[in-house]
Design a protein around this ligand. Structure first.
Ligand code: SF4
Ligand code: SF4
Length: 362
């Protein structure tokens, strides 16, 4: 029985603040009611933990300082440790992670004197290889000895409670960094950012948005304009520097920002969180639908490829890096991105391009 369950049963006042904000708790009741009604040592009662998006909004709004999100992650971990986890619904996302970590798709480019690396994650290079290259080129103007690392941070395993898988994969990355003298990681993906901030053991972690906002963007291809709203990705709800940087970049691009009720620390999940879409697509879509309502018809700008994918199914949503580095779209008209098997091909081609650049000393 996870110990957090006891704490929540004892301390949750059932104020309802988390319930009113959450599509999952709206169906199941307050965390206290959930914990009281279930015996998490019984595999049958553990299934509901996979319906939680692990977005952390409940902890952000709880006046008692409780963290119901941690309870549901702990139940997942307990399920895996007990050998009752059913991986079948998650095959595709786990294969995605395994391939991302494989020798075929991984690459560590650590030039002489490099102590800082760009870690673009999996989704950005797969869906937007040209944007990734342009971003890397831009970052190198600010950090000349910048390296780049293509691999997966293993957050899917983390969120599914596969602690041993996650730790093994993540430790491997940290060991390569330590051997190469890497001390700072520049991240584009909110999920990777969260993993490095939480488990990076002293690594300095900065988002690329902070770097671009601090040093300026010389590669901007098209100035923008008009009203937009920023959707802050939930893994970065506790990262105010990223919130400010993205808003600063959008101001510089010429956009007028209208804030939504749920933003920054109290931002909403886009629907991707916790791999809920693999088992409860309707619940997952419910989050995106909330966002659509809050945007009141304005295009959404976000800084996570996964959020663009999920929110884009219900309302126009663009990645800020598309606005900066691509000329063929506007916030109210999606920029076309690669999907499916093509994303794997893009990652391989990007890796080959990096190897060629390394050989030519470019
Ligand atoms: S983590 Fe998100 S989805 Fe899960 S209970 Fe909290 S608010 Fe709801
Ligand atoms: S916000 Fe905190 S105290 Fe209120 S119902 Fe949720 S967990 Fe309980």
């Amino acid at each position: 029985m996870p110990f957090i369950s006891t704490e929540i049963r004892e301390r949750c006042s059932e104020c309802g603040a988390c319930v009113s904000n959450c599509t999952f708790l709206t169906r199941h009741g307050t965390p206290r009611a959930v914990a009281a009604a279930r015996d998490f040592s019984d595999p049958k009662d553990r299934g509901m933990a996979y319906e939680c998006s692990l977005c952390g909004l409940c902890a952000a709004v709880c006046p008692e300082g409780l963290d119901p999100c941690a309870l549901f992650l702990e139940v997942r971990r307990h399920d895996v440790a007990s050998g009752t986890f059913d991986a079948r619904p998650y095959r595709s996302i786990l294969n995605y992670e395994t391939l991302g970590r494989s020798r075929l798709f991984s690459r560590y480019e650590l030039p002489e004197g490099c102590d800082t690396v760009f870690f673009p994650g999996c989704a950005l290079p797969g869906t937007r290889p040209t944007v990734t290259s342009r971003l890397y080129r831009q970052l190198r103007q600010h950090v000349p000895s910048l390296g780049i690392v293509l691999t997966c941070c293993a957050k899917p395993s983390h969120d599914l409670g596969r602690t041993v898988h996650f730790r093994t994969a993540f430790e491997r990355v940290l060991a390569r960094f330590a051997a190469g003298g890497v001390k700072t990681v520049l991240t584009a993906c909110p999920n990777c950012t969260r993993m490095f901030r939480q488990y990076g053991r002293g690594l300095s972690v900065l988002t690329v948005y902070e770097i671009l906002n601090r040093h300026g963007v010389t590669e901007t291809v098209a100035p923008g304009g008009g009203e937009i709203s920023v959707h802050d990705p939930c893994p970065l709800r506790d990262h105010p520097e990223a919130h400010s940087a993205v808003r600063g970049l959008l101001t510089d691009l010429g956009y007028t920002q209208v804030e939504m009720p749920h933003r920054k620390k109290t931002t909403l999940c886009c629907g991707e969180g916790g791999a809920v879409g693999c088992i409860q697509p309707r619940n997952s879509r419910g989050w995106a639908e909330l966002r659509r309502q809050e945007s009141e018809g304005r295009p959404l700008v976000t800084y996570c490829a996964g959020c663009v994918h999920f929110l884009g199914q219900v309302t126009p949503t663009v990645h800020i890096l598309d606005l900066i580095f691509r000329a063929n779209g506007t916030p109210d008209k999606d920029f076309p991105v690669s999907k499916g098997p093509l994303t794997y091909l893009n990652r391989l081609l990007l890796k080959l391009r990096l190897m060629a650049m390394s050989v030519s000393g470019e």
